[in-house]
Design a protein around this ligand. Structure first.
Ligand code: 0A1
Ligand code: ZN
Length: 849
């Protein structure tokens, strides 16, 4: 039975552990069902702790023996761990436990994936390996011996003794248990090296299953680029002689930053032109960087407790975004990040799952690896950098690294280094960490004689997490575009502190168009009542690439809402403005392709909901289709020319330049296919020598109902490649007509290669279904029922992935009573399942509100 009252943990109740761990030795005798783990842990009383209870976490462990200072000890065990009497002086705890990695389908702790052993210990997985104070503020050096009949036996740090079927590892850097890792299997290495800024040679290995060697080169280059970038930009050098990465097929998340032994979902590291799209390459480069950057922001300086998760995640996401901006195009990266933030973080922050960047309570920490903690956490750092300037930012970071190296730190520590280096009082800014909800900023404008007055009013809607939000510090970057299209005021940053604030700009010749929230300088909703003509002016002339894109986006949204609400025709001025941008060869093709993207259907549903109208997913879908038809017809004279002009004749490279061209050419292909059928798509499919071209052609053919043969060919070609087959599964759901989406997903679950235990495959089908707005919210309710059935099936196998997928239901309040009732029924049905996991129970209870 499920716990009658699941335990809630509170930030306010933090107390340090009663003991300090000096050193840990672990010995693993690997066996699929009976792995033995011996531990030897040196403890001493923590003089700074008041609570001296000796409690070691432990779950699903079979305790074989336990001693203190060599003498057997009587332990008291619960489902969560054990306690026993201990001396009031340093002592050595030794224990032996048995675990069953082959039956560990939750993929937390030590588990098996395709015959190889691997671990996932963040956040609280180490307790499934042995008894331990499994909390991030308990840091220790580790010695690990791995015995097993495998050619490769890995753990953190450096190998100190190697013989056949036996390797001993030593990690000299004290670390929390969540960074522990072990890998064993029949693996092959793609090896290289990197010489650090102080001249130390670091051996680099990317371990993969035999057969995947050809998919390693890109990841390795990305790793070396990340190591160099962190030295150049942050002055951070790698600190071991060895850095290993391992690719595993069964993994709940993208990757994990274990000290010296990063473990990656194979989808987040394996790449080749034939099997990976440009988007895959870019994501892989970013995740490699992210995990590597954690070595300083996360590992050398870790979190005191899990409430501080954004301390490492927000900062590391911010750093990986900076890296991608430097490696590729900064405006394209910024626009993509904002699209992603609005698609994933805004619905979270504006719905029943809203929580502060630093949450104040949780039942299951795995449910808080969210877009709010990660992406809003990164936005908060971006605002800090804007407020203190580049110099102030890097000074503060230098102090952070020197002052807190080796610490388990807090958000207070983080903000203090900024206060100490810049002299700024950040007490109000700190609300970004403690208040949930997306602030809305309304700007009203008046112009008289030569003076422009802008009145800003901020308001954050209250939520369960933050019932009484207070004004925040909001940096608003703004500029002015004159009537002749020239910039009359370069970007300035205005700081909002009060609920209402007035800005005056004088000596202007004629009313300029204000370009506000340039570069998306704060994660807010801006309410600005500009005319279509003003927006078209910004679309044509804004010098800020983000706001130029945003002007087009806003016009597209208005056009779509016009179609939805009264079948209005699309404004010609917008279409002409868009055409001017798309055909402007001086602009980056990737940027032009982004200009052609439309607001998502979910986004439109939210806009309608906020305006007090129940969105009709079918009408939104139809309007989007109409809009695309309009674009195809308005741009018809340019489509083929742009398609041809953006073909790449050089050998495939996944760089920004080539991928930008492919993305614009494929945007053209989709409009051409819409207007003319799948002939060109078929040609592209036949000629494609890379996955970007092949998959785009296939998607277009399916969309116009001409993809059946291609789908069969694709399956025949790629049936042995899991990662490509994930695309095959996902694409069919994504491209299904709304009424067929649930049935398509259901049919795919009957395919012999559908395996719900593999998170990538499960997400390929059900992630695609949840993202298919009109399909998921089809009036039949079939998709709700299908997803609920599969969540019930998956929960006892893999609670973490089940719980994450529950967020598909988080927007239920937007819809009409019939859909609301259908969703509520499914949510209640899942909640009524016997023995439902803590993860899923917490998510669904919060979603119910
Ligand atoms: N720290 C990793 C993400 C991660 C979190 C939890 C996991 O299992 C519960 C796995 C990975 C990162 O930010 O990349
Ligand atoms: Zn991370």
């Amino acid at each position: 039975m499920r716990d009658a009252a699941p335990k809630t943990v509170y930030l306010a109740e933090y107390t340090p552990f009663g003991f300090i761990v000096e050193d840990v030795s672990l010995t693993f005798d690997l066996d699929p069902h009976k792995t033995r783990v011996k531990s030897r842990i040196a403890f001493r009383p923590n003089p700074e702790a008041t609570d001296k209870t000796f409690f070691l976490h432990g779950e699903n462990l079979d305790l074989i023996s336990a001693t203190i200072d060599g003498k057997p000890v009587n332990t008291e065990q619960t489902d969560e761990g054990l306690t026993c009497p201990v001396p009031d002086a340093p002592f050595v705890w030794e224990a032996e436990v048995e675990i069953d990695p082959a039956n560990n389908t939750a993929l937390e702790g030590l588990y098996m994936s395709n015959g190889m052993y691997c671990t996932q210990c963040e956040a609280e997985g180490f307790r499934k390996i042995t008894y331990y104070p499994d909390r991030p503020d308990v840091m220790a050096t580790f010695n690990v011996t791995v015995n097993g009949p495998h050619p490769v036996l890995l753990s953190n740090g450096n190998p100190v003794k190697t013989s056949q079927h036996h390797v001993e590892w030593h990690d000299p850097w004290p670390k929390p248990p969540y960074l522990f890792a072990l890998v064993a299997g029949d693996l092959v290495a793609h090896s290289d090296s990197f010489t650090t800024m102080s001249g130390r040679k670091v051996d680099l290995n990317l371990y993969v299953r035999p057969g995947d060697e050809g998919k390693c080169a890109f990841g390795m280059e990305a790793l070396k680029a990340s190591m160099k970038w962190d030295e150049d930009v942050y002055g951070r050098e790698y600190d071991l002689d060895l850095f290993n990465i391992v690719a595993v097929d069964d993994f709940n998340m993208g990757a994990m930053e274990n000290k010296g032994l990063n473990i990656f979902n194979s989808s987040a590291v394996l790449a080749s032109p034939e099997t990976s799209t440009d988007m895959n390459f870019e994501r892989i480069e970013a995740i490699i960087a992210h995990e590597y950057f954690h070595n300083w922001t996360g590992n050398r300086i870790t979190c005191r407790d899990w409430f501080q998760l954004c301390l490492k995640e927000g900062l590391t996401v911010f750093r990986d975004s900076q890296f991608t901006s430097d490696m590729r195009s900064a405006p394209v990266k910024r626009i993509s990040d904002v699209i992603d933030l609005r698609a994933r973080q805004f619905p979270e922050d504006q719905g029943p799952l809203a929580h502060p960047v630093r949450p104040e309570s949780f039942q299951e920490i795995n449910n808080f690896y969210t877009a709010t903690v990660y992406e809003k956490g990164a936005e908060v750092i971006g605002m800090l950098k804007t407020l203190v300037g580049d110099e102030g930012y890097y000074k503060a970071l230098d102090l952070y690294f020197t002052r807190h190296d080796g610490d388990a730190a807090t958000i207070e520590d983080w903000l203090k280094v900024f206060e100490d280096t810049t002299g700024r009082d950040l007490s109000q800014f700190k609300r970004w960490y403690s208040q949930a909800g997306t602030p809305r900023v309304k700007v009203e404008e008046s112009f008289e004689l030569d003076e422009l007055t802008l009145t800003f009013t901020q308001h954050t809607p209250p939520s369960t997490a933050t019932p009484d939000p207070q004004p925040q510090v909001i940096p608003i970057a703004l500029g002015l575009i004159g009537p002749d299209g020239k910039e009359v005021l370069e970007t300035q940053t205005v700081e909002l502190h009060e609920e209402t604030q007035i800005i005056r700009i004088t000596s202007l010749e004629g009313r300029p168009v204000p370009s506000i929230l340039r570069g998306f300088s704060a994660p807010i909703v801006l309410e600005q009542d500009l005319s279509d003509a003003d927006r078209a002016h910004l679309l044509a002339h804004d010098t800020d690439p983000f706001n130029r894109w945003e002007a087009g986006r806003t016009l597209a949204r208005k056009a779509l809402l016009g179609i939805i609400e009264n079948g209005a025709s699309v404004d010609e001025a917008y279409l002409d403005g868009l055409r001017a941008v798309i055909t402007d060869d001086s602009l980056d093709p990737a940027y032009r392709a982004l200009m052609l993207g439309l607001p998502s259907q979910s986004d439109l549903a939210n806009t309608l909901y906020e305006a007090g109208k129940a969105p009709d997913p079918a009408a939104i879908y139809d309007a989007t289709e109409t809009m695309r038809d309009v674009l195809a017809s308005h741009l018809k004279d340019d489509l083929h020319a742009l398609y041809k002009a953006n073909q790449v004749s050089e050998p495939y490279q996944p760089d920004a330049e080539q991928s930008g061209k492919r993305s614009l050419a494929n945007a053209m292909l989709s409009l051409i296919t819409r207007a003319e059928g799948a002939e060109l798509a078929a040609q592209q499919y036949a000629a494609a020598d890379n996955m970007t071209q092949q998959l785009a052609a296939l998607a277009n053919a399916i969309r116009v109902g001409q993809g059946a043969q291609m789908l069969a060919d694709f399956e025949a070609q790629w049936k042995d490649d899991r990662l490509v087959m994930d695309k095959w599964f996902g694409l069919q759901v994504m491209e299904a007509k709304p009424k067929d989406a649930a049935a398509t997903a259901e049919r795919l679950t009957e395919h012999p290669d559908f395996n719900h235990k593999n998170p990538n495959r499960f997400r390929a089908v059900f992630g695609a279904l949840a993202m298919h707005h009109a399909g998921f919210h089809h009036e039949s309710g079939d998709a709700y029922t299908l997803l609920a059935d599969w969540l019930i099936t998956l929960d006892p196998i893999n609670p973490q992935t089940t719980a994450r997928m529950c967020s598909a239901f988080q927007t239920w309040k937007r819809y009409d009573a019939d859909r609301q009732n259908k969703i509520k029924t499914e949510v209640a049905r899942i909640l009524a399942t016997r023995d439902l996991s803590r993860d899923t129970t917490e998510m669904l209870t919060r979603i119910q509100g």
